[in-house]
Each structure stands twice: as C-alpha cells, then as structure tokens.
Design a protein around this ligand. Structure first.
Ligand code: COA
Ligand code: AMP
Length: 639
C-alpha cells in the first residue's frame, strides 16, 4: 500500500488516535485528554478542554528553541520598493507590544477586532496580537468597499478597528481612512477605537477622537515597556471570524477555533506541503482571504518557517519576472498561489523569458488552489519550472485542503483537471439530489463531506448556528454540503466541476452573484436583474449582468449601464470586477419564474445547450444572445 493510503486508512480506522498524535505537533498549556467531543457544539468540537495559545505557538516557542535570529516574516513590496525582514525575536516583540496596545484600548478575551489593511506586515502583527490576548480578529479584504465593511462591523461588533492610511494598486493609491470613516458612520455598531497605520505613500486625512496613530501608540507602549503575554485559551475558543460570500449580500461569518486550527495546519505543513522549520514558504495571496490567514500567517509560523508577505502582483510590479525574483532572493521552497496568477504571467511572457534571469532552484513544489486549475496552466507551469505542480481543493469554511497531493507523504501521480485525493479527516461522498450516493465512479453529483468535519474546519457561523445548519448541514443530513459539484474517478481522484450555488470565482476571488443582484436592484431604474459568471481566459470567470428597466425610463441606456457598473464598484468594491451590464426587455425564465442563468452561461461560453422545455418565451433567448454579441461576450467572438 502507498504511504498516503496507509495514513488515510490509519485515520479512518482510528480518528481519535490519529488527531491526538497530530496534536503533539503543537505546545499546549494543558494538553487535551480527548480529540473529539461529539456532544458539544453543532456537530461536535475538537480538543475541548485543551489550553493553548496560537501566538505562543507561532512565535515564542521558536524563540525559546533558539530561533530568535531566524527570519520569521519577510515583507517584500515591489509596488512600493520596500523590503523588511522580521526575525522571530523581532516579530514576537512587535506582536507582544501591539497586543499590549490593544489591551490598553480595552480589548480582552473574546472581544472582536476588525483588521482592514493592505498587505503590510502590521496586518499580520495585528492578527497575531489578537491571538495573543484571546481577542477574535476579523480581517476584511482591502478591495472591499465601505458597505461590505459595514455588514461585517454590524455582525462582528468590534471594539477596535485596525486600518492603514492607504492600500496601493498598480494604477492608484487607495485612501482607506475615508472608506473606514464612511463605514463607521453608516454602521449601527460603533467601535470604541480605530488604530490607523500611516504609510509613507499617503498621509492620514483626518483623525477624530476615536482615532489613534499606530506608530504613536507603539512608541508609547515601548517607552513604558508594555508587552502582553500569551493568554491561555480553550482549544474551542474562536481565533478569528472570516466573512465569505454566501448566496446573498449578507456574508457568512466563518468561525475558526484555536486548537483544532493549529493541529490541522501543522499537520498540513509536514504532510501536504513538505516544508520544514527554517525553510521559506510563500503564499502569494492576500491576508484578507483564507489562503492568507492559513498560509501567509499561521501555518508557516507554526512550522518555524520564513513566510513571505508579498505586496505586489504577478505581472506589472514591475514585470512578469517578479515571482522568480522573489523565489531566488528568499530561497522559496514552496510557492502557493491561484492559477490566475500563472495565467497572468503566461499571457505576458508566454516563453517564460524572464525566468532565465533568475535561479529558482530552491523551489521544490508549486501548489495551486482557489479556483479550478485548468490543465494548460498546470502543464505550462510544470514545463517552465520543472517541479511538481499540485492542485488542491478547499474553502474558506475548511481552512485547509480537503483534497490534495500530499507530497510530504508521497508524490502521487498528477492527473490534470483533478484536485487529487481526500486528506485524512475528510470522507468525501458524491450525492444525488435525493442525498443518495451516485452510482459508480465518474458520476457527477454534489460533493459532500461526512460529519464530523476535521480539526481546523468551521464549527459554526458567528452567532448563527441556525444559518450554519441551514446553509451546510440540513440539505444532506449527516453531511457537510460543500456547494461544489464534481465526481470521483476510478482511482479515487476528485474532480471539481462547478459550484451548485450563486458563487462565482473571479481571479481566485470568491464573489456572490446574489450580492451583486441585490446592489443592482437598488438602482432606481432597475425593475429586475440577473448576474452570472461566464468563462474568462485570464480570471477563470467574470461576472456579467442583465437588467430590465422600470417602465417610463427616459435615461439613455448606456448611461444606466455605466451607473449600474459604478454602483456595484461602490457598494461591493473594485474586486467585484463587474464590467458588463446589458439592458434587456425581459429575462429568460421558466414558467414558474426561475431565471435561466445556466442557459445564458452556456450560450456565452459557446457550450451546447438545449431550449429548456419549461421556458416561458423562447424568443427572449435571441435577445439575450444579441446582447451578448453586441458586448463581445460570446466565447467564439472572444477567440
Ligand atoms: N485593494 C483594492 N483594490 C483591489 C485589491 C485590493 N487589495 N485587489 C484588487 N483590487 C482591484 C484591482 O485594482 C482592480 O481594480 P480596477 O477595476 O480599478 O482595475 C479590481 O480590484 C479587480 O482586481 P483583479 O480581479 O485582481 O484584476 P486585476 O486586473 O487588477 O489583476 C491579476 C489581475 C491576475 C494580476 C490579479 O487578479 C492576481 O494577481 N491574481 C492572482 C490570484 C490571487 O492572488 N488570488 C487570491 C486568492 S488565492
Ligand atoms: P474560497 O472560500 O474563497 O477559498 O473559495 C472556495 C471555492 O473555490 C470552492 O468551493 C471551489 O468552488 C473553488 N475552489 C477552490 N479551490 C479549488 C480547486 N483546486 N479546484 C476547483 N475549485 C476550487
């Protein structure tokens, strides 16, 4: 039997022993006596009764082990031209000091802190400082607009918000403070304090009595010798809340616990990523996404690796050789990014001519996730880098890989188009609509995970067990519904094909079409609308929208289209990347009123489609096709 099969079987045969052994990878203040308690929480809880601290495990324990001078975090920012290395000793000092600052502002165990920051080291410092004192952080991606921040403020009710004066995109500097001020003004809940990091690139516009300067507070705390010690936390205490798109504009507050999260991430570093203490690990993502939480901040530091916090893009900062430069300069052993990043590099530099200028021999493995990895991109990456390119599949909810190719155990054969095999902890089933196992391999169905979910996965949604049950557990009793559709082939490899809900994936960013529809519906001229994702050669998918206008409209249609695009940008953020709105007379619907989004998508993507038997009026599809054609959105046109 293969090593992977052995380990997977060992977990299947005795999950309790498997996870108790994995739990030895972290330092406990009080070790748990049991791995799983089925009687606690919605479906059970992990390591209940164990006491531990995430910041201690990420920082202090490495310093105590003599690694104080080893680089913990390298901030590499081609977009600003700055670089900075924090050793484990320095990062511990910064985190302990900022944790004391938070305490001075009244933050304690269980209080929430929102972190709305660009890719600067202070974002990671703020996260780890919360973890140190038992405060629950909720990081909000910098590309989101004030309205998205408002929904998160009102749900998480933070005592403090930590932000910065600006974020930097290749074409502009984005002033954060006015966005933050608007969000705080619009939210029902008000934070007691906002702590703002002033960056060189942009001065803070104005400060109210609620606002404080990051640097001044840190200087004061340092002068007073204030540092916070790690607070012992129950393994089941929340470490963070990360909001992710649901089917409506109200995002889901995914809760991550303390102990199970560490155990799972530590296991993943050894077995999935095969990266050891002292090696450099680089997740080219953003701290606002789950990949950034797990693999920019927590997992590499738990493992005693050097992590890279990269503020830049795969292309244009300054060129398509940036990734290779970072690999050479920091001797990166494993790179984790979204396929879009490689598609962007390939588009710019198809022959990978930049690569020849750099020595990337430190790189052992490239990991891809966040969206479907198309075989062409994988093959191109394999060919230019000459290392295994491993796709793995997971979600914000799971926090770490559900399926993957566990190179730390053994490198399994790569199958293009498949995200490989289930990791220990995950028993995957493909179910039909009625919740029955589909017949035989290669049959498409809903991908479900048998409960309990493994350590590190969400125990619930923030303050909302009911929504957690409704969104994930009720449809297939006894299972977690992933909302992905796919099949398992004859070798046990999983192939993820599509989402079963209104979520689309644009450049690895998870977005809700339902959320965009809610925004469009608020436009005064719009009576009805539909947003859906169509194929995009660079970003995987892109959103497009159709709107039907209220009667009596006198505005020029192109003006309305522009206003709709702007509205989504203002309400959700530039990251929504909705660039095509089409005014149509009617939307194609079934006789029961369901909008035929799947049919529109197939028409746009040039896939075969059948006229739905239940369509209300077939002629409407001609109008839709014409609208797509006139916007250059039919795949054969694009090609
Ligand atoms: N703060 C503010 N705005 C942001 C932002 C952030 N953190 N991230 C993205 N945006 C903006 C972009 O500037 C862009 O604005 P624009 O409409 O004014 O041009 C918009 O959101 C859309 O961004 P994106 O979809 O990323 O497109 P892009 O053209 O700017 O970049 C890529 C394309 C491929 C370079 C970029 O998507 C990329 O690096 N992808 C890699 C995948 C990745 O890291 N995914 C994360 C999950 S693992
Ligand atoms: P997020 O919560 O942002 O990580 O997005 C999770 C969703 O992204 C999943 O439910 C999938 O739809 C998609 N996804 C993530 N990784 C992969 C992958 N390797 N292959 C296919 N889809 C993926």
């Amino acid at each position: 039997m293969s090593r992977y099969a052995d380990v997977y079987k060992a977990w299947m045969d005795n999950p309790e022993d498997f996870w108790m052994e994995a739990a030895q990878g972290i330092d406990w203040v009080r070790a748990p006596e049991k791995a799983f308690n089925p009687d606690d929480g919605v479906y059970g809880r992990w390591f209940d009764g164990g006491l531990c601290n995430t910041s201690y495990n990420c920082l202090d324990r490495h310093v105590e082990a003599g690694m104080g001078d080893v680089a913990a975090l390298i901030y590499d920012s081609p977009i600003t031209g700055s670089k900075r290395v924090y050793t484990y000793a320095e990062l511990t000092e910064e985190v302990a000091t900022f944790a004391a600052v938070l305490q001075d502002k009244g933050v304690g165990k269980g209080d929430r802190v929102i972190i709305y920051m660009p890719m600067v080291p202070e974002a990671a410092i703020a996260m780890l400082a919360c973890a140190r004192i038992g405060a629950i952080h909720s990081v909000v991606f910098g590309g989101f607009a004030p309205h998205e921040l408002v929904t998160r403020i009102d749900d998480a009710k933070p005592k403090v918000i930590v932000s910065a004066s600006c974020g930097i995109e290749p074409n502009r500097v984005i002033a954060y403070k006015p966005l933050l001020d608007k969000a705080v003004a619009d939210s029902k809940h008000k934070p007691d304090h906002c702590i703002i990091l002033e960056r060189e690139e942009h001065a803070i516009e104005s400060m109210s009595t609620r606002d404080h300067d990051w640097t001044a507070l840190m200087d004061e705390a340092r002068a007073a010798g204030r540092k916070a010690d790690p607070e012992p936390m129950n393994a089941t205490d929340p470490l963070y809340i990360l909001y992710t798109s649901g089917t409506t504009g109200q995002p889901k507050g995914v809760v991550r616990d303390t102990g199970g999260h560490m155990v799972a991430l530590k296991w993943s570093m050894d077995n999935i990523y095969d990266v050891k203490t002292g090696e450099t690990y680089w997740a080219a993502s953003d701290v606002g996404w789950v990949v950034g939480h797990s693999y920019i901040v927590y997992a590499p530091l738990l493992q005693g690796c050097t992590t890279i916090l990269f503020e830049g893009k795969p292309v244009g900062t300054p060129d398509a050789g940036t990734f290779w430069r970072v690999i050479e300069e920091h001797k990166v052993a494993a790179l984790f990014t979204a396929p879009t990043a490689f598609r962007a590099i390939k588009k710019e530099d198809p022959k990978a001519e930049f690569l020849a200028k750099y020595d990337t021999s430190s790189l052992r493995t490239l990991f891809l996730a966040g969206e479907r990895a198309d075989p062409d991109t994988i093959k191109w990456a394999e060919q230019i880098l000459d290392v295994p390119v491993l796709d793995h599949w997971w979600q914000t909810e799971t926090g770490w890989a559900i399926t993957g190719n566990p190179v730390g155990l053994e490198l399994l054969p790569v199958k293009y188009g498949s995200a490989s095999v289930p990791m220990p902890g995950y028993e995957i089933h493909i179910l039909d609509e009625g919740g029955h196992e589909v017949e035989g391999p290669n049959t498409l169905g809903a991908v479900a995970i048998k409960l309990p979910l493994p350590p590190g996965n969400l125990p619930t949604l923030w303050n909302n067990d009911e929504r957690f049950r409704n969104a994930y557990l009720n449809h297939f009793p006894g299972y977690y519904e992933t909302a992905d559709a796919g099949f398992i082939d004859e070798d046990g490899y999983l192939h993820i094909m599509a989402r079963t809900d209104d979520i689309i994936n644009v450049a690895g960013h998870r977005l809700s079409t339902g959320g965009m529809e809610e925004v469009l519906s608020s436009h005064q001229s719009v009576a009805e609308c539909a947003v859906l994702g169509i194929a995009d050669a660079l970003k995987g998918q892109k959103p497009i929208g159709f709107v039907v206008l209220k009667s009596g409209n006198t505005k020029p249609l192109d003006e309305i289209e522009k206003e709709c695009i702007q509205l989504v940008r203002e309400e959700i953020g530039a990251v929504a990347a909705l660039r095509h709105i089409m005014v149509v007379d009617r939307l194609p619907k079934t006789r029961s009123g369901k909008i035929l989004r799947a049919t529109i998508r197939k028409i746009a993507d040039g896939e075969e489609w059948k006229m739905p038997a239940t369509i209300d009026d077939p002629a409407i599809l001609d109008e839709i096709t014409e609208a797509l054609r006139s916007h250059g959105l039919l795949t054969d046109q694009a090609a």
